[in-house]
Design a protein. Structure first.
Length: 320
């Protein structure tokens, strides 16, 4: 049994638009017949283009929105009917907004949360000490939230979302606007928490490096439908995005010609050839070595960006 279970879940909104004096109503199916199960301790990337239905899904999982159809179980309960009870078992972070009290020093926000969630004092102190150390919050505890930088505030928000030991955490764009070092620190922290506490993490992000760093599984949603659910490796190969051979020759030559690969770029003695994921690289390398002054050669896998761009272009359901 999963900690999160969705079965044929849909959510529609009625949108009214106005042309001149005429008002027309139409239905937008933000989430359409969506089913998935997430097991305890999984870190799942939940990705898709703008307007795909990600936030609507997360809102239904937290109980803020009621589905128009289908069933949802989170930690064994229906979120919309058990919203308050469930709030103790989940944590939520929205990258764009803070859940901390703007005028209070960070430590006071944490103290309020301890009371709100009824966390035993000793457990709160233990968690706080761990998070302060792992997230480097020591010097920030006395600073009012309004004076924190974006990266500092985000570390505070993430600690706040985890202080009551939630079983499940929803993270919506947690690294948005952060510099590379802050991003790396947050990713390390989340990986550690997942490992130590078996916390289930659902991560919504446009930063595919977050996915690469944290998620063993990725779900892609488009127009309210799940268009992929599987591993990152599977995602790469499912779309058979071409791989690239980067060939360094002893001299600058016109584009080389071999069977099974095509030159896409020539940069001095370096030439870039693409070939399908389904083709083995070995015979291509042999052909080049036999016919050209080959000095060095590397094979580049398709980037996640290129794979996802392909998925968005052709939304056909695939499963790993
Ligand atoms: N309250 C609402 N009323 C009407 N339409 C809505 C409402 N909330 C969402 N929608 C529509 O539902 C669709 C899905 O929106 P949603 O916010 O879930 O997408 P998203 O994947 O989170 O997008 P983004 O990456 O831009 O945050 C969009 O077409 C959106 O306009």
């Amino acid at each position: 049994m999963g900690v999160i279970e969705l079965e044929n879940v849909s959510r529609a909104f009625t949108v009214t638009s106005r042309t001149g004096l005429r008002r027309t109503k139409r239905e937008v199916r933000a989430v359409d017949n969506l089913s998935f199960t997430v097991g305890r301790g999984e870190v799942v990337g939940y990705i898709g283009p703008n307007g795909a239905g990600k936030s609507t899904t997360i809102k239904m999982l937290t109980g803020i929105l009621v589905p128009s159809g289908g069933s949802i179980r989170v930690a064994g309960v229906d979120p919309s009917r058990n919203r308050l009870k469930l709030a103790k078992r989940i944590g939520v972070v929205f990258g764009q907004r803070t859940t901390l009290w703007w005028d209070l020093p960070l430590k006071d926000s944490f103290a309020v949360l301890q009371k709100m969630y009824g966390v035993p004092r000793a457990r709160h102190a233990e968690n706080l000490a761990t998070f302060v150390e792992l997230l480097g919050l020591g010097e920030l505890l006395d600073v009012p939230v309004r004076q924190l930088s974006l990266g500092q505030r985000m570390r505070g928000d993430i600690a706040a979302a985890l202080l009551h030991d939630p079983e499940i955490v929803y993270l919506d764009e947690p690294t948005i606007g952060l510099d590379i070092i802050s991003k790396a620190r947050l990713r390390e922290f989340l990986a550690q928490v997942n490992k130590d506490r078996q916390t289930t993490i659902i991560l919504t992000t446009h930063d595919l490096d977050d996915i690469e760093a944290l998620c063993s599984r990725v779900m892609v949603i488009d127009h309210g439908h799940k268009v992929y659910d599987g591993t990152l490796t599977g995602l790469r190969s499912s779309q058979s995005a071409p791989r690239t051979l980067v060939v360094d020759l002893a001299a600058s030559l016109p584009p080389i010609t071999i069977d099974g690969a095509t030159v896409t770029k020539v940069d001095g003695p370096r030439q870039y050839l693409t070939f399908p994921t389904t083709t083995s690289a070995a015979p291509l390398v042999a052909q080049i070595a036999a016919n050209y002054p080959l000095q060095d050669l590397t094979i580049a896998e398709p980037t996640i960006e290129s794979v996802i761009a392909r998925i968005y272009a052709t939304p056909t359901p695939v499963t790993d």
